[in-house]
Design a protein around this ligand. Sequence first.
Ligand code: ZN
Length: 259
Amino acid sequence: MIRELLDFGKPGFEQTYMDLGCPDFLCQKCGSTMWYEERANKPSRPETPEFSICCLQGKVVLDFLKQPPEYLKELLDYRGGMRSIKFRENIRAYNSIFAFTSMGAKIDRAVNFRPGSYVYKISGQNYHRIGGLIPSDGKPPKFAQLYVYDTENEIHNRLSSLKSGDSAKNLDATIVQGIKDMLDVYNRVARVFRMARDRLSAPDNKEVHIKLIGTRSDSSRQYTMPTTSEIAALIVRDFGQSSGRRDIVVEQREMVYKE
Ligand SMILES: [Zn+2]
């Protein structure tokens, strides 16, 4: 191999390829798709080879990735036709119109003024901003507010929430509708915000706050968001005593961080 590398590019050097065929074998232990030439215990040539480079012949056991909900699975499927092509081409825009928070970070753009691949560089503390449940007077809803405010026009509001210059015109309203319906079923945080919407539109409408309860210990060095498996609570009016943990509190009209 080293000999080949040293000779690479020299006059008379001929580049050759070795055809290994297709990866037609499955690791019997972990199910990975493998080439026969990747088998363990070479040079023996068993009919059913074992493999080491995937799972050390079964010694390493990893859970399979969780399957996404059926609708998202269809959108991500490269055989899914025009709809999934359109989705994947604009996947970042679809993601951003369903975000609960805006991203607050000091982005260093100077790093991209020189040749090379695009680099996303931030400095200082990275944080996310979340507004009140209801937009300030005259302002259109954004981020989490889109789950709560004026939801009769939600698809239009979400499409309008993209900044000009973004690919709003390329987004498909039926896909936005499909993602919205999926999140309402599968996303616990979305469901909590929907509960807030229902409370706010009730005839005896009271002040509503949402508290996303953090389960991090105080010694945690990361200010991570609660994951969706952690329960988020909706409480009307008064939170009572602080739990002492770092919770995220969304007020009806303004934001409070509890540290
Ligand atoms: Zn394996």
